[in-house]
Ligand binder design. Structure first.
Ligand code: AMP
Ligand code: MG
Length: 408
């Protein structure tokens, strides 16, 4: 299978994934970051009733519309209405009520005079300047929202503003899509866990942890299957288990052309349809993506730590978003930024250069990570929040020139 370009790989991968249908109903307390799976509406108008937008005095507009500081109007204060109380009186001409922000308007009040434009004299209030229009500083019932209309549609991420809306719509529980389950396995005879003692020639498995964090950050449910030796029989059993327990499988290593790279063959033996096998991207060329009849999508990611993460950011993240039920185009976020350094690439593959996207005096700047841009160098990957993209054919972006940056 021929190597394909990044954009083709992206399209193929997104087509392999369908949004989850299964939902669960959870407490609003647990809903942060989840994807809404129901339409939300409320039986209440918002505001629920006419209320005051200010601390001040409730009046009848016609009583005070002609007043001024030279010609103030004095009204009798007949009652005080704090927020939370249902007013019991009806205001007549010549009367005012003391009222506070959020308090319900009594019958007869149509306008609020802010406290600052009044002068209190015993049980009377002197109005020193007229309201600009009838209804000034009144939040009218239903002006923000009318009962029965749709407040939120399925497919949005529930963050703090949506939580506020759900709370106000009196939804103590909410129906969300279930989290996508993602199995992770690290392949390689050389790998040990971080708690094992390093022997000569071994490599500590960082991918398992990095990928787990990536899945958690993207709303998935990681299933960590650990380290698997480069033994075709054992690998095959682990892959079968992974395919049967997860919506997506991420394995790292074993997809290159080395003697111990068995993944592609095993996927074929298990009936996986290989959809991607090599992408013109650097780092991350040896990417294998296969689809299984049970719907599972398998990503055989390169073993090098930077390659594995770049592949996740560029290809797995959009797939995971689509799977999760999130509506939208499922594309990575690209920004234009001024490069603080010269950036170079060989030009044969779309090249992703890691560093930091910063906002300096209102402009985005891309700052190249210190140290070697080597796909095994996970050390200078720390603090990366942006990947500068040099398309095929571009070998140099000079300092001060604009570059496209994938924002992480
Ligand atoms: P492979 O694609 O299996 O040949 O792996 C390429 C490189 O990535 C080798 O140097 C591996 O030792 C390294 N590597 C593979 N898997 C991991 C892992 N889970 N964590 C850290 N490095 C890894
Ligand atoms: Mg390997």
């Amino acid at each position: 299978m021929a190597m394909i370009c990044v954009q083709d790989a992206e399209i193929i991968i997104l087509q392999l994934v369908d949004a989850l249908k299964e939902t669960e109903t959870i407490s609003l307390d647990e809903a942060t970051g989840r994807i809404l799976a129901q339409s939300i509406s409320s039986q209440l108008d918002f505001p629920y009733w006419d209320n005051s937008a200010m601390d001040g005095y409730g009046v009848r507009f016609e009583d005070v519309s002609q007043c001024s500081s030279e010609n103030p109007i004095t009204l009798d204060i007949i009652t005080e209405i704090p927020a939370g109380i249902q007013p019991q009186t009806t205001l007549k001409s010549g009367q005012a009520c003391r009222i506070f922000t959020g308090a319900m308007l009594p019958d007869g009040v149509d306008t609020i005079i802010m406290q600052e434009n009044t002068s209190k004299q015993g049980d009377k209030i002197v109005i020193l300047s007229p309201p600009k229009y009838p209804g000034e500083f009144v939040r009218k019932k239903g002006t923000f929202y009318q009962a029965g209309n749709i407040l939120l549609k399925p497919g949005v991420t529930i963050n703090e503003p949506e939580i506020a809306v759900l709370a106000t719509a009196q939804c103590p529980t909410v129906t969300v899509y279930r989290r996508p389950s993602v199995a992770i396995l690290s392949t390689g005879n050389e790998l040990i866990t971080p708690s094992q003692t390093l022997q000569a020639g071994q490599i500590i498995d960082s991918n398992q942890y990095a990928l787990r964090a990536f899945i958690l950050k993207n709303g998935g449910c990681p299933i960590c299957l650990g380290i698997v030796d480069d033994n075709p029989k054992i690998l095959k059993q682990k892959i079968i288990a992974a395919i049967n327990c997860a919506d997506i499988v991420l394995s790292t290593g074993g997809v290159s052309v080395g003697d111990y790279d068995y993944i592609d063959n095993i996927l074929k033996e298990l009936g996986g349809k290989i959809e991607v096998n090599g992408v013109a991207i650097k780092p991350g060329k040896p990417l294998t993506v296969a689809k299984f009849d049970n719907g599972c999508v398998y990503f055989g990611l390169p073993g090098n730590p930077v390659s594995a993460l770049v592949s996740c950011w560029r290809f797995v993240q959009p797939a995971l978003q689509k799977l999760s039920g999130l509506k939208g185009d499922h594309k990575p976020k690209f920004f234009k930024a001024k490069s603080s350094h010269n950036l170079s690439a060989k030009g044969q593959r779309e090249t992703y250069i890691w560093g930091q996207l910063k906002l300096v005096n209102g402009d985005y700047i891309f700052e190249l990570a210190n140290g070697s841009q080597n796909s095994a160098n996970l050390i200078n990957l720390a603090l990366t929040n942006g990947l500068a993209v040099l398309p095929i054919g571009i070998t140099q972006i000079n300092q001060g020139e604009v570059v496209t940056v994938l924002s992480l």
